[in-house]
Design a protein around this ligand. Structure first.
Ligand SMILES: Nc1ncnc2c1ncn2[C@@H]1O[C@H](COP(=O)(O)OP(=O)(O)OP(=O)(O)O)[C@@H](O)[C@H]1O
Ligand SMILES: [Mg+2]
Length: 251
């Protein structure tokens, strides 16, 4: 479903990724962990066609993203990035809802504008999605009238309204008050149980352990270890994984 081969990414002089490879199979749940600044967000952004990279290849659902070495990417490359963004839903730490639209309007906007879905159909789908994430009673509320957990669940519904083939979550609970973390994780858990292909960057280790088929440990732009959660958390193979886990689990 998602293949990454030899991914190189520079931010100016900073050579962050030096040839990353990773495969995500259909229906698989891959959880990215690792220290702050290790490249988890950048990696997700490269996979979702939100970020250019300088070498290697990313294939998502048959669409190839090429490395871009020019100042101006070719039209075909930009079109491929757009296609990937249409097929892969992304949920960010900071919800990113449109502040001037109600929850419902946030959800119907892209299906109507981009997929040309008819308004009534879009509304019915949106209401069903709001029900699915347990915020149907807030359909007419604006983002600033919603709690963080509610906003994040609307953001998830908005991504799902585009009928994505895969979902990427970048620390979906890190800007939430502790009592709201559970409700958002439970929505993600349901999606995963429904078989959604999912990649999640998270600092919540218990959640990683619970939902992941594969855990990927990033450190300084490298994948230092990949494996099933039991292996990563119980018998990590590298010193860098051990060091990271002992730091984060101590907190
Ligand atoms: N737009 C940017 N311009 C320049 N450097 C960037 C940019 N975005 C990220 N970086 C750098 O790339 C590295 C990886 O950052 P990234 O945000 O991907 O890490 P992360 O693993 O998601 O960290 P966190 O756990 O704090 O979210 C960092 O050194 C960061 O400073
Ligand atoms: Mg990040």
């Amino acid at each position: 479903m998602i293949t990454i081969r030899g991914l190189h990414k520079y931010y100016g002089e900073n050579h962050l990724f030096r040839g990353i490879d990773l495969d995500v199979e259909k229906g698989q749940v891959v959880v990215l962990i690792g220290p702050s600044g290790s490249g988890k967000s950048t990696f997700l952004r490269c996979v979702n066609g939100l970020e250019y990279f300088q070498d290697g290849e990313v294939t998502v659902n048959g669409i190839k993203l090429h490395s871009i070495n020019r100042k101006r990417p070719a039209r075909a490359d930009r079109e491929a990035m757009r296609q990937v963004r249409l097929k892969v839903g992304m949920v960010f730490q900071q919800f990113n809802l449109f502040p001037h639209m109600t929850a419902l309007e946030n959800i119907i906007e892209a299906p109507m504008r981009v997929l040309k879905v008819e308004k009534n159909t879009a509304i019915n789908t949106a209401l069903a999605l709001l029900r699915r994430v347990n915020v149907e009673h807030k359909a007419e509320s604006y983002p600033d009238e919603l709690s963080g957990g509610e906003q994040q669940r609307v953001a998830i519904a908005r991504a799902l309204a585009m009928k994505p083939e895969a979902m990427l979550f970048d620390e979906p609970t890190s800007s939430l008050d502790p009592e709201m973390v559970g409700e958002v994780l439970s929505v993600i858990r349901d999606l995963v149980n429904d078989g959604m292909t999912t990649v999640i960057a998270t600092h919540v280790m218990e959640f990683a352990r619970e939902v992941a088929d594969t855990v990927v440990v990033f450190d300084k732009g490298e994948i230092v270890e990949t494996g099933p959660p039991e292996e990563i958390f119980n018998t990590p193979k590298t010193d860098r994984t051990r060091a990271f886990l002992s730091r984060i689990l101590k907190r």
